[in-house]
Design a protein around this ligand. Structure first.
Ligand SMILES: Cc1cc2nc3c(=O)[nH]c(=O)nc-3n(C[C@H](O)[C@H](O)[C@H](O)COP(=O)(O)O)c2cc1C
Length: 383
């Protein structure tokens, strides 16, 4: 890529971080008229994230075979999980009395995720949602990763229905990329988050000490600086950005600017605005502000660096995120230190984890929510 191209794409990344809402009448909030339009962003988001299950909570539905309606509902809840760049890199298939979740390799992000770490963490997040939704519908879910076929098998069997607080939090969960209120969480809340985010083969370190958090920030800035200097990373990121509602509703995937606190603007205006909003320090300053507004940082670490553990990390993170949501606590990723290979080892050593691969870096705290992201229709993710 020519230097000029790299500059343009760098500006785009900074724009995502810092574009002010004052841009030529750009909108941040849903317009009332859009709510009544069934194809508006707000209507589509509300349909995707509806909380009410449209099928009965009765394990006997399993009798002969899973009904198509129940399968669709379980997959809808599974797809409300987070995915890197909101690529929704999953494919679901019905299999006997269960489902499989495999990667959609056409949605890989080789620049930010060359070894598919995030892809398999994402599948783990979806598997956790699926298991919670199954239980709420009277089905026990047993998830097992098949390393040979690189997919998760979820076997379902009847059990008394149990709608847990974690299940109820699924439609409201989001990665909240705004500033938080800077206040600490209670000891009980921290204990609950730690317990929920720990599982067989996955530990979560909760850092609430300001000095430790500043040390993490230094690695975030280091990783972010490397990523922004990489034209392939920036080009890939740009391809997943949706600058306005029409673009977001058209694809129902990717990073809609408003979900990150930036304005919704026409694509042509976005291109123009990048050129006007160059700020070399913008992104790192934003991360510093956001991290310092947080109550703490959670680092998820698997016992081994393989796909089986990455799926487990996804499941543990998703439980953590849902528990946080149930408590009114927000969270968002700051994964730069684990995404850049050259930063990862020093970061692990600084955490006292030499030889291990830290998987995810997440900040948490209380603060306002942002508009919800979209998902593709269930039909589009079922094979
Ligand atoms: C494995 C993984 C890695 C992610 N990394 C980042 C990240 O580094 N920075 C970020 O802002 N969001 C990150 N995300 C969050 C996604 O962008 C987010 O889940 C997606 O846009 C959908 O939004 P939602 O989670 O609010 O529904 C990551 C998500 C996953 C599952």
């Amino acid at each position: 890529m020519m230097q000029g191209d790299a500059m343009t794409t760098l500006r785009r990344r900074q724009f995502m971080a810092a574009a002010p809402a004052v841009l030529l009448g750009a909108t941040m909030l849903p317009a009332c008229s859009q709510v009544s339009d069934p194809e508006s962003y707000e209507s589509v988001a509300a349909r995707i994230r509806r909380a009410d299950a449209s099928v009965g909570m009765d394990g006997s539905v399993l009798g002969q075979a899973l009904s198509a309606e129940l399968v669709r509902e379980l997959v809808r809840f599974a797809t409300l999980a987070p995915s890197s760049h909101n690529t929704q890199c999953w494919k679901f298939a019905q299999e006997d009395l269960g489902l499989t979740i495999g990667p959609d390799v056409s949605r890989r992000c080789p620049a930010v995720d060359p070894d598919d770490h995030h892809v398999f963490v994402t599948l783990g997040c979806a598997a956790e949602n699926l298991a919670l939704a199954a239980l709420a519908h009277g089905l026990h879910a047993e998830a097992r990763f098949d390393a040979v076929r690189s997919r998760i098998h979820v076997a379902l069997s009847p059990t008394p229905a149990q709608g847990s607080p974690l299940f109820q939090a699924i439609p409201a969960r989001q990665c909240t990329r705004g500033d938080y209120d800077g206040k600490p969480l209670s000891g009980n809340e921290l204990k609950l988050l730690e317990r929920t985010g720990t599982s067989n083969g996955v530990q979560v370190l909760l850092l609430t000490d300001r000095t430790a958090m500043e040390r993490v920030l230094a690695y975030v800035i280091q990783g972010n600086t490397v990523q922004l200097a990489d034209p392939a990373f920036v080009k890939e990121l740009e391809a997943w950005i949706r600058f306005n509602r029409a673009a977001a509703v058209r694809t129902r995937d990717g990073l809609f600017s408003v979900c990150s606190g930036s304005p919704s603007i026409p694509t042509w205006l976005g291109d123009l605005a990048f050129g006007l909003l160059v700020n070399a320090k913008g992104e790192n300053d934003k991360y510093a502000r956001q991290l310092r507004s947080s109550a703490g940082i959670a680092v998820f670490v698997g016992d081994a660096a393989d796909k089986t553990h990455w799926v487990e990390v996804g499941r543990a993170y998703e439980r953590f995120a849902l528990q946080a949501t149930a408590l009114g606590i927000r969270n968002a990723f700051l994964n730069q230190p684990v995404e850049v290979a050259a930063v990862r080892s020093p970061f692990a050593a600084a955490l006292g984890l030499p030889g291990l691969r830290p998987d995810l870096v997440v900040r948490f705290g209380r603060g306002p929510t942002l508009p919800p992201s979209l998902r593709r229709p269930v039909n589009a993710v079922m094979v």
